[in-house]
Design a protein around this ligand. Structure first.
Ligand code: ZN
Length: 372
């Protein structure tokens, strides 16, 4: 999520608020203050409705945060680090940097959130009954917070991956089949069906005159559909690449080129005649830079005979490098985020190869083709 800022840290986890959160916060506070509370509890001053609406909305978001913290703490306890929790338009999301290692772990991580929502709901419900139902703002707050937490728990237990219920479902399929990728595929398909049901329900509501509610439900469906698609793809790639190191995929046939070579000779004698895709330009054992097919293409053809390769190379000290022992998945994410097509692989200060997106794509295709 691009537009968020940190409000603090809890247990070392960065707590962030996305700007879309303000929209939903305002909507909830507004509808509580101007509609729900005035119609359920009559005869209070207007300011009371407003203060109560805002406090109730804040307590609601604190419980959403507690829900996400529960996921995060179980995850941390099982050795999977959590970067941040972000509150946004649809609630909260914890950024967990890895997938659970086994179905049991996934089940506990997924169930922790809804269990916390139920617990909060039960506690507020108990307080509501303990203090006695009355026409007081406190009673109004406890009743609403209790109900909304139960709704949050029920909504999250809908078996549409990546909702919590979908994760619980996936962990069960994972336990039965012993295959995470297959489990993710099944859970995502169910997630898509759930998403389509939401979209259809939304459209149906709109047709029946419930504009706001209908559009909202369809919007949630659309969000779930996207989430089911992306999380499956990410998951499949990540699972396939887990444990694969740069060393296994990199190009290590480095053809060293002398300084002073012109682009035409580089293309004719090296690119077209060798299988190598790693071309360091070397002067007295020192790597000056890297030249690629891409940088040669940037030079107009009529200048190929007069342009020397060091004029178009990427200087070595300007390049980010990776280690042969880095995990491919991390490197790939990094390349996508920063827009690199290839990176030099350096070990003990020595260039040992190049890693290009082509290598990764080729590797992934081979794995997919062979289904292993
Ligand atoms: Zn959750």
């Amino acid at each position: 999520m691009g537009n968020s800022f940190q409000i603090g840290k809890i247990f070392g986890i960065s707590i962030r608020i996305d700007f879309t959160w303000f929209i939903v916060f305002a909507l909830i506070a507004l509808s509580l203050s101007t509609h729900y509370f005035p119609s359920e509890y009559e005869g209070w001053p207007t300011s009371t409705y407003w203060v109560l609406g805002i406090i109730t909305a804040l307590v609601f978001f604190a419980s959403v945060l507690a829900h996400e913290l529960a996921h995060s703490l179980v995850s941390k306890a099982r050795g999977i680090p959590v970067d941040s929790i972000t509150l946004f338009i649809f609630g909260g999301v914890a950024r967990i940097s890895d997938e659970p290692k086994n179905p049991g772990g996934e089940f506990l991580m997924a169930i922790a959130g809804p269990a916390t929502s139920v617990a909060i709901g039960v506690i507020f419900g108990a307080i509501y009954y303990a203090v006695g139902r009355s026409n007081s703002p406190f009673s109004a707050l406890t009743a609403w917070v209790a109900r909304i937490n139960i709704i949050v728990a029920v909504f999250n237990m809908i078996p549409g991956f990546p909702l919590d219920g979908g994760r619980v479902f996936r962990s069960i399929v994972w336990r039965i089949t012993g295959n995470l990728r297959k489990a993710t595929r099944i859970a995502s398909s169910v997630g898509k069906v759930v998403a389509y049901i939401f979209i259809l329900l939304g459209i149906w509501s709109v047709i029946n005159g419930n504009w706001f509610g209908g559009i909202w439900i369809a919007f949630i469906g659309w969000f779930l559909l996207n989430a089911a698609n992306t999380s499956y793809r990410q998951m499949a790639v990540r699972e396939m690449l887990s444990g694969v190191k740069v060393r296994q995929v990199m190009n290590n046939q480095c053809n060293q080129l002398p300084k002073g070579l012109v682009v035409k000779d580089f293309v004719d004698e090296h690119i077209l005649k060798t299988a190598g895709r790693c071309f360091p330009i070397v002067d007295k054992d020192e790597v000056l830079g890297i030249i690629t097919l891409h940088s040669a293409k940037e030079v107009p053809k009529e200048k190929w005979e007069t342009t020397r390769i060091e004029e178009v190379m990427t200087p070595f000290d300007e390049m980010k490098s990776v280690s042969p022992d880095d995990e491919i998945y991390t490197v790939m994410q990094h390349m996508t985020e920063e827009g690199y097509n290839q990176l030099p692989v350096v070990e003990n200060g020595q260039l040992v190869g190049m890693i290009a997106r082509d290598n990764l794509v080729g590797y992934l295709n081979a794995r997919l083709e062979l289904d292993r």
